[in-house]
Design a binder for this molecule. Structure first.
Ligand SMILES: Nc1ncnc2c1ncn2[C@@H]1O[C@H](COP(=O)(O)OP(=O)(O)OP(=O)(O)O)[C@@H](O)[C@H]1O
Ligand SMILES: [Mg+2]
Length: 505
């Protein structure tokens, strides 16, 4: 696991722990407060009092039913003792009356041993809440008889239920009271386990989510190390669109820029070396040229002999030497011009204006290459966007574009000396770049030579120096741009110069 990954996981863990731990802390406080308010002595006492009151109510009811049974017992005893003859019918009339007097009594029976002597019961059964019946017996003795009076008293069932419920509530309450201290601890434990589980899950999710990102960050770090060690061929796949894609993209752009500027620096260094070489070469060749020429002249002029054949040879040799010395002089001139080529000195100017002004040098170019006739080569110049401000050295850039144009005119004229040759010089801008293009309908350049043509001294012309395009590339690189080459639609060559537009980076 990388350090970055550990940091992400630590942050996730800390966040989960702080939020959940904090809420447990506050929840525990709230729970305790609820207990403090809800589970206190007075509530408990009130509940116990309630239970006692209901029990007292039932006791009172039982006592009153005992009294009713006593009263009924006495009334029956008095009746039996008073009357001379005891007839069940008469006794039953008394029982009915007693029933009327005591509404809580449902039935009364007078029994003699196992035998029912007289009885009365309330009919119909009263409707309403369910009732619970209890039987109270009273033994009476009159006229030598032992009788028993059984009184069936009813009490609403609800009284018993309420007593039971009150008892249950009081039970629950006292249990709560006993457990109140431990309950909050249990909650803390449960919450604690939950927090642990949440942290584990968060860790897993975080690990999976961060792994992808961290792996790519590690790849980026590794790639950065390679770039640091000088390997500028590194390019990372940008892959799916996520957080690291932009970073990877920026990294690739940076490496590409580094690569470009290294190529640029290397080329300029190489040109610098070639310039040194050209300076020394020019110097070494230039010095002996005059003595050579003078020696040839002298040999020719001081011959006093009368051998005509020999004189003729001397004159011929002198002509050859003079011609070659002139060619060498011209080469030496171009070499030292190349050697003295100054660095471009940039200042803002309109590229369109420069392009338009190049049109004026077309006749001079045609004359230089010895093209004559009414329109040996058709040259068109156009500028699509104007003004196009770029930082440039107008003299140097003009010289560069002139070299490309000169090559193109030369190439098409050589291929089509009788007419039909066309060269197009045009400029336009796209986004942050200005483009200068030179297209021709000449023979074009083979793909394998596309890089070589920019090398100094690469030429296919008898009188060429091969310095033209090298100068172009040097000038364009010094302008912060680039020059490239491909095939023109009409089959010839297309040179394209890209320069950064002003107002953009
Ligand atoms: N438009 C073109 N069509 C075909 N070939 C071209 C064109 N431009 C350049 N070349 C090729 O690239 C070579 C190098 O060109 P460059 O301008 O560097 O030197 P050069 O033209 O040969 O010599 P100099 O510029 O001194 O006259 C040329 O010799 C030619 O073979
Ligand atoms: Mg040239």
């Amino acid at each position: 696991m990388s350090r970055f990954e550990r940091k992400i996981l630590f942050a996730i863990g800390l966040t989960v722990f702080l939020t959940l731990g904090g809420s447990i802390f506050f929840a525990q406080g709230a729970l305790r407060e609820v207990y403090r308010v809800g589970v206190n002595e007075r509530f408990g006492q009130e509940l116990v009092h309630g239970v006692e009151a209901r029990r007292g109510q039932l006791v009172a009811l039982r006592e009153s039913s005992e009294q009713v049974a006593d009263a009924i017992g006495w009334a029956v005893e008095a009746e039996v003792s008073e009357k001379a003859s005891l007839r069940p019918r008469a006794l039953e009339a008394l029982l009915v009356k007693l029933l009327e007097r005591y509404p809580d009594v449902r039935g009364v029976r007078v029994v003699d041993g196992d035998r029912l002597y007289a009885g009365a019961s309330r009919k119909p059964e009263p409707k309403g809440d369910p009732l619970r019946a209890t039987v109270r017996s009273r033994d009476i003795s009159a006229r030598g008889k032992n009788l028993r009076v059984e009184v069936e008293v009813v009490v609403p069932e609800i009284y018993f239920q309420r007593l039971q419920e009150a008892g249950e509530v009081a039970d629950v309450y006292s249990r709560l009271q006993r457990e109140s201290a431990s309950v909050s601890d249990v909650y803390v434990w449960v919450f604690g386990v939950l927090v642990f589980l949440v942290i584990v899950v968060a860790f897993l999710i975080g690990a999976i989510a961060s792994r992808r990102v961290t792996r790519r960050v590690t790849v980026l770090a590794e790639a950065s190390r390679r770039v640091g060690a000088g390997d500028l061929t590194v390019s990372l796949p940008t892959g799916a669109t996520d957080e690291v894609t932009e970073l990877t993209q920026a990294f690739n752009d940076m490496v590409r820029d580094l690569r470009d500027s290294r190529t640029r620096i290397e080329y300029l260094q190489r040109i610098g070396a070639w310039q040194d070489f050209a300076r020394r070469l020019a110097h070494e060749i230039k010095n002996p040229l005059t003595p050579i020429q003078l020696a040839a002249q002298e040999m020719d002029e001081t011959y006093t002999g009368d051998d005509d054949g020999y004189r003729e040879k001397l004159e011929h040799a002198r002509a050859i030497i003079e011609e070659e010395v002139a060619t060498l002089r011209r080469l030496v001139g171009e070499f030292s011009a190349f050697a003295k080529l100054p660095r471009a000195d940039l200042s803002p100017a309109d590229l369109c204006e420069l392009i338009q002004s190049i049109q004026d040098s077309v006749p001079a170019i045609l004359e230089d290459i010895g093209a004559d006739g009414p329109a040996p080569v058709e040259v068109r110049v156009s500028c699509a966007t104007r003004p196009m401000h770029v930082r440039m050295d107008p003299m140097m850039l003009r010289r560069g574009v002139d070299n490309i144009l000169r090559n193109a005119i030369q190439a098409v004229y050589r291929a089509k000396p009788t007419g039909g040759g066309r060269v197009l010089l045009r400029a336009h801008s796209v986004e942050n770049s200005a483009f200068i293009e030179v297209l021709d309908n000449g023979p074009g350049i083979a793909r394998e030579d596309w890089d070589r043509v920019f090398d100094p001294y690469y030429t296919t012309k008898v009188e060429g120096t091969g310095l033209g395009l090298a100068i172009v590339k040097k000038v364009v690189l010094e302008h912060g741009g680039e020059v490239s080459l491909d095939d023109a639609p009409e089959g010839g060559a297309r040179f394209r110069i890209r320069l950064p537009l002003m107002g953009s980076s």
